[in-house]
Design a protein around this ligand. Sequence first.
Ligand code: SAM
Length: 403
Amino acid sequence: MTATTDTQPEDLRNRMVDRIDAAGYLRSASVERALRTVPRHLFVPNASIEDAYADKSITTKPGGPGGRPASCASVPTVVAMMLGQLDARPGDRVLEIGAGTGYNAALLAELVGETGQVTTIDIHPDVTEQARRALEATGYGRVRVLTGDGALGAPDQALFDHIIVTVGPWDLPPGWRDQLAPGGRLVVPLHWRGQARSVAFVHQDGVLRATDSQLCGFIPMIGDGQDGERTGQIADDVALYFDRDQPIDPAALHGILAQPATTVWSGASVVPNESTDLIWPRLTGAEPGTCRFAAEPAAAEAGLCNPAFTYRSPALVDGDSLAYLTLRGPDPDATERRWELGAIGHGPAGTRLAERLCEQIRAWDRDRTAQPTITAYPAGTPDEDLADGVVIDKQFIRLVVSN
Ligand SMILES: C[S@@+](CC[C@H](N)C(=O)[O-])C[C@H]1O[C@@H](n2cnc3c(N)ncnc32)[C@H](O)[C@@H]1O
């Protein structure tokens, strides 16, 4: 019996790339060529060949923070999307933080070619040992694999034309900016106000200016300065996630969901699978109290809350009041299946907060592709030198977001 072509790695790989393309995540011919070339299955030897080319992450080392993996191969669409943001070219010098399996480093080696240089760092020695072995076995032994805290970068190899971070940091350590050439690009899945987005920053005059941001999810970066996210329960199965610079006290909101609610509707609606993801970052550019409302399905089933997205809905908090994103629909009599976006408010200022959330939904609705302006200044930059916008103070940066 002859093997069907369906299970050949090359065919599965090409189908994976076709799916990524159909989903709109392929921005350049060079990234496409790299994805069609690098044998992903050889970087995840314990996964089946089908899983290696499915659009999912593959855990390679369990036991990370919060029950998440300590290491994994990232979802291929996210890998493709971030490489598109990075725009690495032949001859470039690239640093990757989060070597993991070595797969992305091999893609980077394809993109920069023999004249370029790729350095990748991981904090776990067993992970770097495995990545080094896989890179050598697949012909990418020229990638430099270092063990250490990626927050420090690789000062001995700097300057870099690009830095790509494939683990989720809360902050941007100064070494990344300092080791990036002027005009160089940093692509990083940054966490702020309860959300994570892959932000493409360009280094200009000591400041990082975003040119693009895309929804993503990553395992949290471990190490100094990365524990700035706070969380607290406001009911048995409902928590808020926010940043340490926000005066949010979950204890002051405990039990608020059992109090009377006001629902405000925005008039903006979406069809199935239509993205609403830019509402959240735009909200962070208008409302200092933006955070994440995270419910277990049990809380929604019990009628305690009705968030638009159970585990991840944007919310606004002001003192002892709260509003969060909700949805209604579809109308059974309508010809098109649409869901209207709105907000549910609780507490003394709940109605006003729900109205403010709806104002931002309407602003998003007027131009659904508009990205907020995001700039990262070094910590200590005086207020008068910052652009206008909401200031998010972290340990190493002052992030300014505006619409
Ligand atoms: C999602 S995986 C990276 C996937 C990888 N790029 C690939 O192609 O397989 C994230 C990696 O970041 C690493 N990591 C976490 N904190 C780190 C830190 N402070 N410095 C360097 N690596 C870190 C983890 O050990 C893990 O291997």
